[in-house]
Design a protein around this ligand. Structure first.
Ligand code: HEM
Length: 446
């Protein structure tokens, strides 16, 4: 039936193996290769591809916008386990709220620079920043020089098992606890976040209106105050969703710059010009002058989107189906809009589609194709990333401080070309260590 012309998705092209069963897709996802597989299928079959018996992947920009934007498809069963409390989240990321967080980020960025003299710790800085914001300074990984709480490990167990699996087989989410291996990863992270939440409440406010202040509604703006349990879930969503995505971007950015020395020199020159003697990269008022660095961040997010496949959407199984960009999508269909494949579609970014060319983002640049409606690293619409402004701000502080303070160079003999090929797609892309030597510069900042 799934291969027959009677199946509601029969008109959509795709390999036979994926039409028959979800097992092949599950195997690909288990290896972290979904983003590459989707890209390959789109290269072969075009912007609409059938990727499962009841699943599509779409990289046609107008259709992507209709799917993700207001009035589009639901987030579907994939998110059943999460409480999407968008209203409290929105309060947590207003301009005023972000200004409250700035000293926290600046403090950790400074600590990073001092510890970098000894060891490269970008990976754990993100833990401390999010520990500060969400749980009142819970982790202290930089101070200890390592991830003492083992949170990195808990996050990867959670990502590689529960999240990847429920993305492939949405109906499995409510039954995850039945799979001991998978359930353990999910449960360990849940218990950990509950403990942190209790600690944060016992410790009382940090004096800063941090993220916890908003997600637990300390100001009492909601009619019904969120329970400790649901604020703990939000706290951990912040640590997982906000820290790994940001560090993925920073690590890829360093990799792109060191692999393209002329761009590395140009970014450094810009930072040295904007922050002259005594000026401090933690001064966010100067960040809008960092045009070339911002272009490099965009180009990094284009080629290495931290969520390479994005969260799927679904057509309500109880509906009569939906028409998207002139095509009928039957009820119950899962729809992917994978940023990795979309961003590398030459119909939207051309020439040098697969190459790091940050100039395409500079004002006045004249590339044959530069369609920003196809640029969705933070997704689109009502469920897009609430933290994108904060993420950009954090990246600008840390990267400009890093380049102002150190000369960076790949460790001799490091397989830098192979590094990008080892990125894996477990909802947030995972990476192997990027080995970089750091030599303090004269302008080293503490
Ligand atoms: C470069 C860094 C980041 C990237 C690329 C990124 C990307 C994304 C994407 C693509 C989504 C939507 C997923 C979907 O549509 O299924 C999302 C959702 C979300 N992000 Fe981010 N994110 C980043 C940083 C952050 C930060 C720093 C925070 C918090 C301070 C944050 C908080 C959230 C939350 C709460 C959601 C869920 C929104 C909702 O469901 O309404 N993110 N992010």
């Amino acid at each position: 039936y799934r291969l027959s012309p009677f199946h509601p998705l029969a008109r959509f092209k795709g390999p036979i193996i994926v039409k028959v069963s979800k097992l092949w897709g599950l195997w690909i996802a288990g290896r972290g290769s979904q983003y590459l597989y989707h890209k390959k299928l789109h290269d072969q079959y075009g912007p609409w591809v059938r990727t499962g018996p009841n699943e599509l992947s779409v990289i046609d920009a107008p259709a992507v916008s209709q799917i993700l934007n207001f009035g589009g498809l639901d987030k579907g069963r994939f998110y059943e386990a999460h409480t999407a409390k968008r209203r409290v989240w929105n309060r947590a990321v207003t301009g005023a709220a972000l200004r409250e967080y700035e000293p926290l980020v600046a403090k950790r960025a400074t600590q990073l620079m001092s510890r970098l003299v000894e060891i490269y710790l970008l990976n754990i800085t993100r833990l401390d920043v999010m520990g500060d914001l969400a749980f009142g300074g819970a982790f202290e990984a930089l101070r200890e020089g390592k991830d003492v709480a083992g949170i990195g490990e808990k996050i990867s167990a959670f990502m590689t098992s529960g999240v990847a699996l429920s993305g492939q087989i949405p109906w499995i989410s409510p039954t995850l606890h039945l799979f001991p291996q998978v359930g353990r990863g999910v449960q360990a992270l849940n218990e950990f976040s509950q403990r942190l939440a209790v600690q944060r409440v016992e410790k009382g406010g940090s004096g800063v209106k941090d993220l916890w202040y908003h997600v637990s509604d300390e100001a009492g703006l909601e009619k019904v105050r969120p329970t400790l349990e649901s604020s703990a879930t939000d706290g951990i969503v912040a640590v997982v969703g906000a820290s790994d995505t940001t560090v993925s971007t920073m690590t890829s950015l360093v990799w792109f710059l060191l692999s393209n020395q002329e761009y590395y020199r140009r970014v450094r020159l810009e930072i040295d010009t904007v922050f002259v003697d005594g000026d401090d990269p933690r001064d966010v008022s100067k960040h809008e002058q960092l045009q070339f660095l911002s272009a490099c961040i965009n180009e990094t997010l284009r080629l290495h989107p931290p969520l390479p496949s994005n969260g799927p959407r679904g057509v309500d199984p109880k509906s009569g189906g939906r028409v998207i960009a002139g095509r009928f999508i039957p009820a119950g269909t899962t729809v992917y809009t994978p940023p990795y494949a979309l961003h590398r579609n030459p119909a939207y970014f051309f020439p040098h589609t697969d190459h790091f060319v940050p100039e395409r983002w500079l004002p006045g640049s004249n590339f044959e194709k530069h369609d920003t409606s196809a640029f969705i690293p933070f997704s689109l619409g009502p469920a897009n990333c609430v933290g994108q402004k904060f993420a950009r701000g954090e990246i600008l502080v840390v990267v400009s401080l890093l380049l102002k303070s150190f000369d960076l160079k790949f460790v001799d003999g490091f397989d830098s070309e192979g590094w990008a090929l080892r990125r894996r797609d477990y909802f947030v892309a995972t990476r192997t260590p990027l080995l970089v030597n750091l030599t303090p510069r004269e302008s080293f900042i503490l």
